[in-house]
Design a protein around this ligand. Structure first.
Ligand code: FES
Length: 183
C-alpha cells in the first residue's frame, strides 16, 4: 500500500528552486574562496619589489670611527646582508675593506672583484689588493693597477653616525667600466 501523499506541482517546483539556490550559494562561496587563494601569490608578486628595496636599505655598523683613524693598510670587516632568493630571503656574509680616500678619510670598498666577482684580498707583502682568479690588482686606495678588471674596486655608500662607521652593501654589475648597481 502506498502511504506517501502525492506532492502538488507547486510544492515540487518550490523544492527545485530551493535546491537551485543552495547550489548557487555553494558555487559562489567556492568561487570566492578560490579567488582569495589565487590573490595571495598575486599580491606577493605585486609587493615583491617594494619588499626587496626595503631590505637593501640596511646599514651595517663597521665599528667605532677611532678604529679607522690611521689607515696605512686596509681594515677588513664582514657584513651580513639579506638578499631576495625567489620568495625567500637569503642571509649571506660579504667582506668589505675600509681604506683611506684621497683626504685620508675612511671610505669603504667591496671585496667583490668587478671583473667576475671573485673575492679580492689584501696582500701585505705586495702592498696591494690581488684577485686570486685572474690576477687583477688594485692599489691601497682601490684604484685598478693591472689585470682584466675594467674599473677600480667598487666603493660602497658609507656614513658616520654616533661615532661609528656604517656602510650599505650593494652588488654592482661585473665587467663594466663604470659602477652600476644590480637592481
Ligand atoms: S675575477 Fe678578479 S680578476 Fe677575474
Amino acid at each position: 500500500m502506498n502511504t506517501t501523499a502525492p506532492t502538488s506541482p507547486a510544492s515540487e517546483s518550490s523544492e527545485r528552486g530551493g535546491r537551485r539556490s543552495f547550489l548557487g550559494a555553494l558555487i559562489a562561496v567556492g568561487t570566492a574562496s578560490m579567488a582569495a587563494l589565487l590573490s595571495i601569490p598575486l599580491a606577493r608578486l605585486a609587493l615583491f619589489p617594494l619588499r626587496r628595496r626595503a631590505g637593501q636599505e640596511g646599514w651595517s655598523d663597521l665599528g667605532p670611527l677611532e678604529s679607522f683613524t690611521r689607515l696605512d693598510h686596509p681594515v677588513a670587516r664582514q657584513v651580513t646582508i639579506e638578499q631576495p632568493d625567489g620568495w625567500e630571503r637569503a642571509i649571506t656574509q660579504q667582506m668589505v675593506y675600509v681604506i683611506p680616500d684621497s683626504h685620508g678619510q675612511p671610505k669603504v670598498v667591496s671585496s667583490v672583484c668587478p671583473h667576475l666577482g671573485c673575492s679580492v684580498q689584501w696582500r701585505r707583502d705586495q702592498q696591494r689588493f690581488v684577485c686570486p682568479c685572474h690576477g687583477g690588482t688594485f692599489a691601497l686606495d682601490g684604484h685598478r693597477l693591472a689585470g682584466p678588471p675594467a674599473r677600480d674596486m667598487d666603493s660602497l655608500p658609507h656614513r658616520i653616525q654616533d661615532g661609528h662607521l656604517y656602510c650599505r652593501f650593494v652588488f654592482y654589475r661585473q665587467l663594466l667600466a663604470s659602477q652600476e648597481a644590480v637592481d
